[in-house]
Write a new protein. Structure first.
Length: 216
């Protein structure tokens, strides 16, 4: 992993709270409205050769649910380009909250030769302070290869309960597979989670965005 770390704070402009009517022009990069859900864009992290993208403001008691939306995260070079995350209880001074999680995935290659749907114990965490993997195989570094998806974090400011999360992602593997990954788990702490870090297992995040939304 590289040495550059970029921290992103609240940079929302005049966007305001997004609508709650039927789905209208919704995408991973520009969610405008989803039926029954009101979304407020809190901040956007744009990668440019960064070792990690950190969110150290915006996670508070304002919302009970937060979404991190990944759009075309592209690694700087080939390698074990698993995108991972960890939380912080001290505003980003350290990352290493104890987590327990479960993980499964499906894949299909471009030739149609290889397919699978599998539970994957290697990506699970059991009372671990390691980073949680978001995709099963490494994202390729070819110009058209990238990683996208969503992570939902529930009630991170609670001082009573553990902090649950769920995620689903899609990545274009370096061996020309599409990998669909699913996971869930919890930060096993009753302290508030007030920071999140996203990084590659190796290499830097060359391009792409992560958007943080508050959900009501």
């Amino acid at each position: 992993m590289g040495t550059i770390t970029r921290t992103f704070t609240n940079n929302i402009g005049s966007n305001g709270v997004l609508g709650s009517s039927a789905i209208n022009n919704a995408s991973l990069n520009n969610i405008t409205s989803i039926s029954g859900v009101s979304l407020k864009l809190l901040s956007t992290a744009t990668a440019a050769g960064d070792a990690s993208l950190d969110f150290t403001t915006g996670l508070d008691s304002t919302y009970n649910e937060y979404w991190f939306v990944f759009n075309n995260l592209h690694p700087s070079s080939e390698g074990t380009n698993w995108t991972e995350f960890q939380g912080s209880t001290d505003g980003g001074s350290s990352y290493g909250v104890t987590m327990t999680s479960t993980f499964f995935y499906a894949y299909h290659d471009e030739s149609g030769t290889y397919t699978s749907l599998s539970y994957s114990s290697g990506e699970d965490l059991a009372q671990s302070t390691s980073f949680q993997q978001l995709n099963r195989f490494g994202t390729g570094a070819d110009n058209d290869q990238s990683f996208s998806g969503i992570l939902k974090l529930y009630n991170p400011s609670s001082t009573t309960y553990v902090k649950h999360f769920v995620f689903q992602t899609s990545n274009y593997d370096q061996d020309d597979f599409v990998i669909r990954s699913f996971g869930s788990g919890y930060f096993n702490t009753t302290s508030a989670i007030n920071g999140m870090r996203f990084a590659q297992r190796t290499n830097n995040i060359d391009a792409g965005t992560i958007k943080l939304y508050g959900v009501s």
